[in-house]
Structure formats: C-alpha cells, structure tokens
Design a protein around this ligand. Structure first.
Ligand SMILES: [Zn+2]
Length: 264
C-alpha cells in the first residue's frame, strides 16, 4: 500500500521547465483547465468589467504581447503540447483591490486598483508587463494545479490514492474554487507559496523582456507596492508576499536574464 502511494506521488510530480523545480500536480491538466474555466466564467458573471475604453485597450495590448511571449517561450522550450491549453482572454475589472491574476488556460484579469497604482507615467506599460508577466508566470508554471493539488490532498486527508480517484469528481472543481478563491464564498485570492512567487517573478522578467518591455520596471512596481502597503492593507501584498529579498532577487536576476536574451 505504501509503495503504491509512493509510485502515484512520483508519477504526479512534474518539473517547472524554466526553473527546474519539482512540483506536485496530482490533477490532470484537462481537469484543471475545465474546472478553471467554470470558475472563471462564474467570476466574470459577477465581475464589473471596466467601461473605460482607453484603460481597457492599454491592458489588452500589454497582455496580448505577454501572451505572445509566453507562447513563443513554450514553443522554443519544446512545450508545444501545452500551447493547446491556452485560449487567452484579457479583462480590466473595476475593483479597487491592488491585484491581478491569470488562471490556467490564460484568462487574465487586471483590477483597476492595480492600474491606478501604476499610474500614467512613461513606464506604465513596462510596469503593467511586470504585473501580467508575473501572473502569466504562475499560469505557465502550473502553480494553479499545484495549489489545487495541495488543496485536494488536504481535503482528502492526504489520501493520494483517493485524490487520484477523485480526479473526475466534483472535488476537483471545489479544489480549484478554493485555490482561486474567486467566488463570493471565499472572497479573496489565496496566497501562493514563497517559492512559487519567486518563480513567477523570474518567469515574469523573462516574458516581459521577450515581449520587448523594460524588466527593471518590476523593481519600481514592487517599491510602489511596498510604499502603499505601509499606509493601507494592499491585497496584492497579502496574496503576493513581498520583501526586500524579493527586490534584491529581481536586481540579481534581471541583468542575467537580459544577458541571456541578448537585450541591453
Ligand atoms: Zn504571484
């Protein structure tokens, strides 16, 4: 019995290609995609889509370029099978929270609160690329599957065999709902782990650079976030834990990524 459990766990372990980190994904990608789509559609039914045409166009343009960069990354890194999982959608939603997300399958939402924080300066698109690149980083590294898998394991009392059996059940939908926390029932996005955050930061730099944006804007963005968080409770901060070490890591990674990609 124990040996069988170990085999299932090993089989469910995959690797994040951009960083080489091992992760536990016990739910099949198709299950995650369909559960995520259901969750996204029910979120969009209640979300207030922004009526500001200019701001929406700004977000869609940057998100489109980041999505293209993500696809070209998947193509050149031999993950062509993953390409079919993406059916991109880009939205600007009226919500004062400082947040944004990208669900499995490429459904991107930026809140107006985040856009307002970024402002209308000349580095606006670069900062937006940092936010969206980071969120798409979570998606292409399959952090949603990882989090839903952890959620399933918790729900099922660590019965990995049970979780494997539960793949086709309502439990996957519940796990995705809890993992994304988009419904009124849950109210707030759950935090990703520190490792997932740093991984998304790294992938975000790569995607922003590939898309032709200035990756250093990520540092400006996090500095802005941390200044705001001193006075208010910034939601993006609570779901995206920040620290000086995170900024330090970006300062280390950005020149290396630029060098690797041949960008000044
Ligand atoms: Zn994040």
């Amino acid at each position: 019995m124990l040996a069988l459990v170990a085999v299932v766990v090993l089989a469910a372990c995959s690797t994040v290609s951009m960083t080489g980190r091992k992760q536990l994904n016990i739910v099949s990608e198709s299950e995650i995609l369909s559960a995520s789509l259901t969750e996204y559609q029910s979120y969009m039914k209640t979300a207030k889509v922004s009526s500001d045409k200019n701001a929406t166009a700004v977000v869609k343009n940057v998100a489109q370029r980041i999505a293209q960069a993500a696809e070209s990354y998947l193509r050149t890194s031999g993950q062509t099978a993953d390409l079919q999982n993406y059916s991109w959608e880009f939205n600007l939603v009226d919500d004062k929270q400082l947040n944004a997300f990208c669900m499995p399958g490429g459904k991107i939402v930026v809140y107006t609160g985040m856009l307002n924080l970024i402002g209308n300066g000349k580095d606006r698109d670069d900062m937006l690329a940092a936010v969206i690149g980071h969120e798409v980083g979570h998606a292409i590294a399959k952090h949603g599957n990882e989090r839903a898998s952890q959620q399933l394991l918790a729900q099922l009392g660590s019965s990995v065999l049970g979780a494997a059996v539960a793949n086709k059940s309502e439990k996957t939908q519940q796990a995705v709902a809890v993992a994304y926390g988009l419904g009124a029932q849950y109210g707030a996005l759950l935090p990703f782990s520190r490792k997932q955050e740093l991984e998304a930061d790294y992938i975000g730099i790569v995607l922003a650079t590939l898309a032709g944006y200035e990756a250093n804007a990520a540092i400006t963005l996090w500095e802005k976030m941390s200044a705001v968080s001193q006075s208010t409770t910034a939601e993006f901060m609570s779901t995206h834990p920040s620290s000086t070490t995170r900024i330090a890591q970006l300062k280390k990674d950005i020149p290396e990524v630029k060098k690797q990609l041949g960008v000044k």
